[in-house]
Structures are given as C-alpha cells and as structure tokens.
Unconditional design. Sequence first.
Length: 113
Amino acid sequence: QVQPVESGGGLVQAGGSLTLSCTASSAIFRNNVMGWYRQAPGKQRERVATITPLGSTYYEDSVKGRFTISRDNAKSTMHLQMNALKPEDTAVYYCNQYRPGAWGQGTQVTVSS
C-alpha cells in the first residue's frame, strides 16, 4: 500500500488562497473516509477536515468557513481549497485515511503576515 502524495503548498500572504491536492491508491481511497491533516512546528499533527465516500464533510473549528474539502472517487484524488489563510495555518499538510496508514511527505504551507 503506497502512501498518499500531497502537492500544492507554497508561500502566500495572509488573506490569500491555496488549493492542495492529494493522490492516493484506490486501495487507500476506496470506501474510506479521507482527511487532511497538518503539523505545525513544535506541535502534534492534527486533523483539519474529513470527507466520507459519499461526500459528507467535517471541519475543525479553526478552519470552518475558510477551507473546503472535496474528493473524486473515480480518480482517487482529494483537494483542500484554503481561503482567507492566516499565519497560524502555517504547517506541513498531509492527506490520509481517517484511521491513518503510512504518511506521505506532505506539502508545506507558509502564510506570511
């Protein structure tokens, strides 16, 4: 089971937007709740959003109303649209199953004030 691959991170000013992408094997995606996670320097990894195979979503309070998670089951891909970014959103972002398997490299998001 190959780990997911994240992309789309970068450096953005506060208030800006980024869209992250995740590609995973069908074995990881199929019938699984998927999620986006992030880990800021010196902090534990936290789950920020999840999406069920049928598209029901959950967002952690700090990103609610700013982030949008979506998935394409046919392509085994997932996205995280991030708007109104804040410096506290700075972290390495990862995608994985709700019950995480092997972690990928993640993608760095840096928000400058």
